[in-house]
Design a protein around this ligand. Structure first.
Ligand code: ATR
Length: 282
């Protein structure tokens, strides 16, 4: 009798750059499981059909990359709280009844990273400052609110984009233009950079941390370089810091568990493997 191998994949366009096959492949081997995790390039003109008829793909589940997270969410019969709040799904699976289910694990990835590297970071949730207003910012605002942060300041070059997120999440979120950065920093218990500034090849993140309380936790979701200027500057003045590679790794944990039935662990070995593969370290 032939056994059916459970197959999942990163889907989107492009998918060649994705590190998800490395991450899930590492865990499949560690757990001695027979599953497979590959790449499926979905052309933009086929996206609606692909996600709308996901059961025909032969996959039991998938990750979805930009720019199809919204189309994927719309194709789902059921969404978890995060995906439904964000209108975007990065993780899909078929349930026993063949219904397409969607989750957004980006926010959980952010939380898993901080929980692992800075335990108790959210013991007394207060005020957070989020720099940026793209897809990552939306996931992180959701995550901070889920941990009962009372105020989340969203600071962005284009204030309207911060307002859009704030309007979606409502109470507890406040939108700002960049000019309010100094005053919001003075209130921060947590500061997160979700912009691409400071990434190799991008402009630097110019920020003056003088108003930031010394106890505030600083996290940068940029992981190339791993120790960004923001993290260096924060560490030099004694702030606790957490780098960004863990968010990428932790967002994969709930997906792997869902598809393959075992909860994997983000190990130092996996961190090193991913950073080497990304060319961040040699
Ligand atoms: P993602 O979905 O991965 O979060 P994105 O939607 O491209 O990425 O968002 C990038 C973020 O970086 C945005 O908040 C963007 O600010 P704008 O909304 O004003 O575009 C921010 N960003 C990018 N380049 C920037 C720059 N040179 N100065 C200030 N902010 C910048």
């Amino acid at each position: 009798m032939t056994r059916l191998v459970r197959k999942a994949a990163i889907t989107g366009h492009p998918v060649s750059h994705s590190r998800s096959p490395l991450i899930h492949g590492y865990w499949l081997e560690k757990h001695g499981l027979e599953g497979e995790y590959g790449r499926v390039d979905v052309l933009p003109e086929n996206a609606e059909h692909f996600y709308g008829n996901f059961a025909d793909s032969g996959l039991i589940g998938a990750n979805v990359t930009v720019p199809f997270k919204e189309i994927a969410a719309k194709s789902c019969d059921w969404l978890d709280d995060a995906a439904s709040a964000m209108g975007a799904a990065n993780t899909l699976w078929l349930d026993e009844a063949g219904r397409l289910c969607g989750a957004n694990t980006d926010g959980l990835g952010f939380l898993g990273n901080l929980d692992q590297l800075s335990p108790d970071w959210d013991e007394t949730p207060g005020t957070a400052v989020v720099l940026g207003a793209g897809g990552a910012a939306r996931a992180i605002v959701w995550a901070l609110l889920s941990r009962k942060y009372t105020t989340v300041h969203i600071v962005n070059r284009t204030r309207e984009k911060a307002e859009k997120i704030s309007n979606e999440f409502g109470n507890g979120t406040v939108a700002h233009g960049w000019e309010n950065l100094g005053t919001t920093l003075a209130q921060a218990d947590v500061l997160v950079n979700t912009t691409s500034l400071g990434m190799t090849g991008k402009p630097p993140l110019e920020i003056d941390l003088k108003n930031l309380p010394a106890t505030a936790l600083v996290n940068d979701i940029v992981y190339s370089p791993l120790e960004t200027d923001l993290l260096k500057q924060a560490a030099a003045r004694g702030n606790p810091t957490v780098d960004g590679i863990g968010m990428l790794l932790h967002q994969a944990v709930p997906a792997f568990e869902r598809w393959f039935g075992e909860r994997p662990v983000v190990t130092d070995e996996l961190r090193t493997l991913a950073l080497k593969d990304l060319g961040v370290i040699t």
